[in-house]
Design a protein around this ligand. Structure first.
Ligand SMILES: *[C@@H]1O[C@H](CO)[C@@H](O)[C@H](O)[C@H]1NC(C)=O
Ligand SMILES: *[C@@H]1O[C@H](CO)[C@@H](O)[C@H](O)[C@H]1NC(C)=O
Ligand SMILES: *[C@@H]1O[C@H](CO)[C@@H](O)[C@H](O)[C@H]1NC(C)=O
Ligand SMILES: *[C@@H]1O[C@H](CO)[C@@H](O)[C@H](O)[C@H]1NC(C)=O
Ligand SMILES: *[C@@H]1O[C@H](CO)[C@@H](O)[C@H](O)[C@H]1NC(C)=O
Ligand SMILES: *[C@@H]1O[C@H](CO)[C@@H](O)[C@H](O)[C@H]1NC(C)=O
Ligand SMILES: *[C@@H]1O[C@H](CO)[C@@H](O)[C@H](O)[C@H]1NC(C)=O
Ligand SMILES: *[C@@H]1O[C@H](CO)[C@@H](O)[C@H](O)[C@H]1NC(C)=O
Length: 614
C-alpha cells in the first residue's frame, strides 16, 4: 500500500513541467469532513483517512427488491455461501432503491481542457477494486434528466465534455471487512486527466463504515422472537404463551417481529444485530448488518436472509473458520457489548466494546472473532464462561443505562445476595417454604431437558440451605463471576458500588445431557477436567431484554413466596430500581427456563443506529 501511495504522489509531483502541471489540476472530492455534503471544505487533508477525518461509505449489502432467493428453481435450498453472495451490490448495476446507501464524490469541472483531453477514475489499491463499486451520473445535470448511474470500470475514459462539466460519482461497498489483513475497508479514488502531453492525478481516501454491534444505551426499535411453529412442534404451546407474555410486556412500545420459518425458539442465538452508518445532509444514513451466528448447521440462521434481509438490512454469513455444527459457544447470547467508555488505561472505546465468552481456552469461531476484530472499532474482550453448561456471557453480565459517570452500569449474577434471601426467610421461620413457587402445568416434552420434579415438589428453603452441594455449587459460580467482574472492572472505570448484583442461584447440571438433536454434532461441550457445568436454578433475572426508556423484560422468578410475596421478585425489582429500571415480568418457566435459557435467549432487538464517527 505504501508503495502505491508513493506512486500516486509521484503522479502529482513529477508528471509534466511545473508551469503546465499547475494549469492541469484535476480535483476529486468526497465528504472528507463528514458534514454530509461534498464541498470545497473537503479539499484539505483528503489524502489520508484518520479516525477524525475522512470520507465514509457503506457496505450496500441489503436486498432492496427482495431479488435474492433462498432456494433455486427446483426448490433446492441454496448453500450458506450462495445465500450471502446475493445482495444489492453483488451485481454491477446500481438499483435505484439501493442508491440512497451510496456515498457521493465529485470530480470538479475542468473548463479549460482541450477537446482531446481524456480522464480516468479508478480505485486503488488494486485489492480494494473488487470490493467497492464506483458509479458516475451520466445524465447531464443541466438538463434535469433523471439520474442514470453507470458503472465506472478501469477501462472507462471520460471525454473532454464530461471533464469540463465535472463528474458526479457514487461509491458503495460490496463486501464486508471480514479480515483486516486482507482488506481493512480503505480505498482511494483516483482521478487522472491527460491533456495534450500532460497527465495529472488527484485522489481522495475513503473507508467503509465498520459494522458495529448494538449496546444497551441504544433503545430497541424492533423486538424479535420466534413464532410457535405449528401445533406439531414440541413446546409450541409454551412458545405461543411466551410470545403473548412478551407482547404484553412490550405493550406496543415497539413492533414485534416473529421468525416463522423454523422451530428454533432461541432468537438471541442464531443472529447478532449490528449496523453501519455514514453522514448525509439529513443526519446519518444507516444500514443494518445482521450477523448470522457461526453455526453452519443451525438452519434457523437462514431466516436472517429469507425473512429479514431487505431494503436497508444486510447479513454477514461467517465463512471459513466457522467450523461445522452448532456449538453453543458461537451463539449470539455469547456476544454482548459494553457501552461507550474510556478504559482505565485511557483508551477510548467510543462505540463500546464487544464481550464474548471463552470455554477454558476454547475460543468462539475464528470467522466471527476475526470479523469483529476487523471492524477495528469494538475489538472483543473475552470473559470465562466455560463453567456454565450453555456458556454464554448473557448468563453472567449485563450492561444497562444508569446514572453513573459513564451513563451505564454493569449488572452481574450474584449468589451471595440470593443465599442471604434464603437465610433471612429461614431465620424468620419460613424454612419449609418451597424454593419454587411455580405450580402450573409441568408436563415434560422432548426438550424440557432441565425440568426437575424434585425441585418443583421436594426442595424447600431449609433443605437447600442444609445441602453442602448447593453451597459448593454457589461458591464455584461466585468464584468465576468475581473473576469476570474483576476483569471488567480493570477495564471499565466503574466503582464497585455502581455494580448491580442480581440475586441468582445456580444448579450443577454437569454432563451427561441429551446431547445431539437430529444426529447433528453436539451443541454442548464436555465439562473440562475438574470443572462443572452450571445453569440457573430459578429463572435467571439477569438474562432478560433491556428495552430502553427504563424498561426491562425479565423472566418471572417463581421464587419462594413468603407472606404473599415472591422474595426473589421483590429483591430483583429493588436492585434494578437502583438504576431507575422497571422490571416487566415475563413467564418463561416452561417455554425457556427448563429448556436451558431465559427471556433474553428467546428474544432479540434491532436497536437505534447512528453516528459513530468522531
Ligand atoms: C481557464 O482559463 C481562463 C482564461 O484563459 C482563466 O481565467 C481561468 O482561470 C482558467 N480556469 C482554470 C480553472 O484554470
Ligand atoms: C462525451 O461523453 C458523453 C457521456 O458519455 C457523451 O454523451 C458525449 O456524446 C461525449 N461527447 C463527445 C464529443 O464524444
Ligand atoms: C507534445 O509532444 C509532441 C510529440 O512528442 C511534440 O511534437 C509537441 O511539441 C508536444 N507539445 C507540447 C505542448 O509540449
Ligand atoms: C393442529 O392444528 C390443526 C389446524 O388448526 C388442527 O386441525 C389439529 O387438530 C391440531 N392438532 C392438535 C394435536 O392440536
Ligand atoms: C412470517 O412473518 C412475516 C413477517 O416477517 C409475515 O409477513 C409472514 O406472513 C409470516 N408467515 C407466516 C406463515 O406466518
Ligand atoms: C445523577 O447523579 C447525579 C450525581 O450523583 C445527580 O446530581 C443527578 O440528579 C442524578 N440524575 C438522575 C436522573 O438521577
Ligand atoms: C419427594 O420426596 C419423597 C420422600 O423423600 C419421595 O418419595 C419422592 O419421590 C420425591 N419426589 C420427587 C418428585 O422427587
Ligand atoms: C433455619 O432456621 C432454623 C430455625 O428457624 C434453624 O434452626 C436452622 O439452623 C436454619 N437453617 C439454616 C441452614 O440456616
Amino acid at each position: 500500500m505504501a508503495s502505491s501511495f508513493r506512486r500516486l504522489l509521484a503522479g502529482f509531483l513529477l508528471i509534466g513541467a511545473p508551469s503546465i502541471a499547475t494549469a492541469l489540476r484535476p480535483r476529486i472530492l468526497a465528504d472528507t469532513n463528514r458534514d454530509g455534503i461534498v464541498s470545497q471544505l473537503d479539499d484539505a487533508d483528503k489524502h489520508d483517512w484518520t479516525s477524525s477525518r475522512g470520507a465514509i461509505f457503506l457496505p450496500n449489502v441489503g436486498d432492496a427488491l427482495h431479488r435474492c432467493a433462498a432456494a433455486d428453481l427446483t426448490g433446492t435450498p441454496l448453500s450458506n455461501d450462495e445465500l450471502w453472495r446475493c445482495h444489492d451490490a453483488s451485481g454491477d448495476r446500481l438499483l435505484p432503491s439501493s442508491a440512497p446507501y451510496t456515498a457521493p464524490l465529485l470530480a470538479l469541472p475542468m473548463p479549460n481542457l482541450s477537446d482531446s483531453a481524456v480522464g480516468r477514475i479508478y480505485t486503488d489499491p488494486p485489492h480494494a477494486r473488487d470490493r467497492v463499486r464506483l458509479f458516475w451520473n451520466e445524465a447531464d445535470w443541466t438538463t434535469g434528466y433523471a439520474n442514470v448511474w453507470a458503472t465506472v470500470d478501469p477501462q472507462l475514459t471520460f471525454n473532454a465534455t464530461s471533464l469540463r462539466n465535472g463528474i458526479t460519482l457514487a461509491i458503495d461497498g460490496r463486501e464486508l471487512m471480514t479480515d483486516a489483513a486482507v482488506w481493512d475497508g480503505t480505498v482511494r479514488v483516483v482521478f487522472e486527466v491527460t491533456n495534450g502531453n500532460y497527465t495529472a492525478r488527484d485522489f481522495v481516501a475513503l473507508k467503509q463504515a465498520p459494522v458495529l454491534l448494538h449496546h444497551h444505551l441504544q433503545r430497541a426499535e424492533v423486538v424479535l422472537s420466534s413464532a410457535a411453529g405449528d401445533n406439531q412442534t414440541i413446546g409450541s404451546a409454551w412458545q405461543a404463551q411466551f410470545v403473548r407474555g412478551v407482547e404484553q410486556a412490550v405493550a406496543g412500545d415497539v413492533p414485534i417481529v416473529l421468525f416463522n420459518q423454523s422451530t428454533d425458539i432461541w432468537a438471541q442465538d442464531f443472529l447478532e444485530p449490528g449496523y453501519a452508518s455514514m453522514p448525509s445532509p439529513d443526519g446519518p444514513i444507516s444500514i443494518r448488518i445482521l450477523l448470522r451466528s457461526a453455526q453452519s448447521t443451525r438452519d434457523a440462521g437462514r431466516q436472517v436472509f429469507s425473512q429479514l434481509r431487505s431494503a436497508g438490512i444486510g447479513v454477514f454469513q461467517p465463512g471459513l473458520g466457522s467450523g461445522f455444527g452448532w456449538e453453543e459457544i458461537n451463539s449470539g447470547g455469547n456476544i454482548e457489548t459494553i457501552p461507550p467508555y474510556t478504559s482505565r488505561s485511557g483508551k477510548r472505546w467510543p462505540n463500546g466494546r464487544v464481550i464474548m465468552g471463552t470455554h477454558f481456552g476454547t475460543y468462539p469461531a475464528e470467522s466471527m472473532v476475526k470479523f469483529l476484530q476487523s471492524q477495528q472499532a469494538q475489538t472483543p474482550l473475552f470473559l470465562e464462561t466455560g463453567w456454565l453448561a450453555v456458556g454464554h456471557v448473557d448468563e453472567v453480565v449485563q450492561f444497562l443505562p444508569a446514572n453513573t459517570s459513564l451513563g451505564f452500569t454493569i449488572a452481574v449474577a450474584d449468589t451471595t445476595s440470593a443465599i442471604a434471601l434464603l437465610r433471612n426467610a429461614n431465620a424468620s421461620g419460613h424454612g419449609t417454604t418451597p424454593l419454587v413457587s411455580y405450580t402450573g402445568d409441568a408436563t415434560p416434552d422432548g426438550l424440557t431437558i432441565f425440568l426437575d420434579p424434585s425441585l418443583l415438589h421436594n426442595t424447600t428453603i431449609s433443605s437447600l440451605l442444609s445441602d453442602p452441594d448447593f453451597h459448593a455449587t454457589q461458591a464455584y459460580a461466585q468464584r468465576y463471576i468475581d473473576q469476570n467482574l474483576a476483569l471488567l472492572l480493570r477495564e471499565v472505570p466503574l466503582k464497585e458500588e455502581d455494580i448491580l448484583r442480581v440475586p441468582t442461584l445456580f444448579k450443577d447440571v454437569t454432563y451427561p445431557w441429551p446431547i445431539t438433536l437430529d444426529g447433528h454434532p453436539r451443541r454442548l461441550g464436555l465439562p473440562y477436567p475438574g470443572e462443572r457445568q452450571l445453569k440457573s436454578l430459578l429463572p435467571q433475572a439477569i438474562n432478560g431484554l433491556v428495552l430502553g426508556n427504563g424498561k426491562y423484560l425479565a423472566p418471572k422468578q417463581w421464587g419462594p413466596v413468603v407472606e404473599g410475596r415472591d422474595i426473589f421478585a421483590d429483591a430483583v425489582e429493588n436492585v434494578y430500581a437502583r438504576a431507575g429500571v422497571r422490571v416487566q415480568w415475563v413467564d418463561d418457566y416452561m417455554s425457556h427456563h427448563v429448556r436451558g435459557g431465559e427471556v433474553h435467549c428467546g428474544t432479540n432487538a434491532l436497536r437505534e443506529m447512528g453516528v459513530w464517527w468522531e
